[in-house]
Design a binder for this molecule. Structure first.
Ligand code: V07
Length: 254
């Protein structure tokens, strides 16, 4: 029960207990899940232990997002730059989609979650690809939360591929330069069918985009936290959404 006589106390001790404004729930949240390696290092553990712990947090946040009524959740799981990491670490990371889905697919199904991915699938190991394709297929008719994993994704790469495609269409005579609009571009990106993110969250204190969704975040609210991804709690997630709700979104107007 909320103490209505001492609401100042409630504000001070807010651990995510106050209510969200149900009329202003962000439709699409994108998250850069950073700090897994540092979390492990702080504990004297190998980096992969951080990645594994981070995977458990994905489960929690998907559940919470669903509960809150988020419609689209995009998670940056693996970037085009991540291939430069030590081979053993890449190998471990590439097994995580399969491990995650093996454990979570039944619950995702039960909760009406629709799984999709964005990024170049051609470089993924066969087992990883198979697990992902199975999950995408089996959840394709679900109508609840869209859970979009950015996997081998890079924002500039996405833009380059879009421009190539448009160039080809023009060369073939199927498209005129005058037909190029913002909508046409949006429809040719990997986020086709998804609205632009309303809120971008990055954990672990780094204040940069790292090649994530360069086109799509033009008007997104950004929320950064020092909390490392494996330490990220439901309360932190709710806090981010509350901060979003407190901001006045202007879209360049006044
Ligand atoms: C990965 C765990 C979360 C923290 C960030 C890095 C490590 C879930 C997936 C995943 C991807 C596709 C899919 C289902 C699950 C995943 C990678 C890394 C490469 F269809 N977590 N997670 N994939 N981490």
């Amino acid at each position: 029960m909320v103490n209505r006589f001492f609401s100042h106390t409630e504000l001070k001790t807010d651990k995510g207990n106050t209510r969200l404004d149900q009329d202003n729930i962000p439709s699409h949240i994108a998250i850069i899940m950073d700090g897994n390696g540092r979390w492990a290092k702080n504990k004297g553990l190998p980096r992969v232990a951080g990645h594994y712990e981070g995977m458990k947090i994905v489960t929690n946040i998907v559940k919470k997002a669903n509960e809150i009524g988020i419609k689209f959740l995009t998670l940056y799981a693996f970037s085009t730059e991540n291939w430069k990491r030590p081979e053993k670490e890449v190998e471990f990371l590439m097994k995580l989609p399969e491990r995650f889905l093996e454990k979570e697919l039944p619950d995702l199904q039960k909760n009406n979650v629709k799984v999709r991915t964005m990024g170049d699938r051609s470089l993924l190991p066969a087992n990883t690809l198979r697990a992902i394709e199975k999950a995408v297929k089996e959840t394709s008719d679900n109508t609840g939360l869209v859970l979009n994993f950015a996997l081998n994704y890079g924002g500039r790469h996405e833009l380059v591929e879009m421009v190539k495609e448009i160039g080809e269409d023009i060369a073939e005579g199927d498209l005129r330069p005058a037909d190029i609009t913002e909508n046409l571009i949006s429809e040719r990106l990997l986020t086709q069918g998804l609205p632009d993110p309303d809120l971008l969250i990055r954990t672990s204190g780094e204040i940069r985009l790292s090649n994530f969704m360069l086109w799509q975040i033009a008007y997104s609210e950004f929320w950064f936290t020092e909390v490392l991804w494996p330490d990220f709690k439901d309360e932190n997630f709710v806090e981010a959404i509350k901060k979003y709700q407190q901001r006045k979104r202007r879209y360049g107007g006044v």
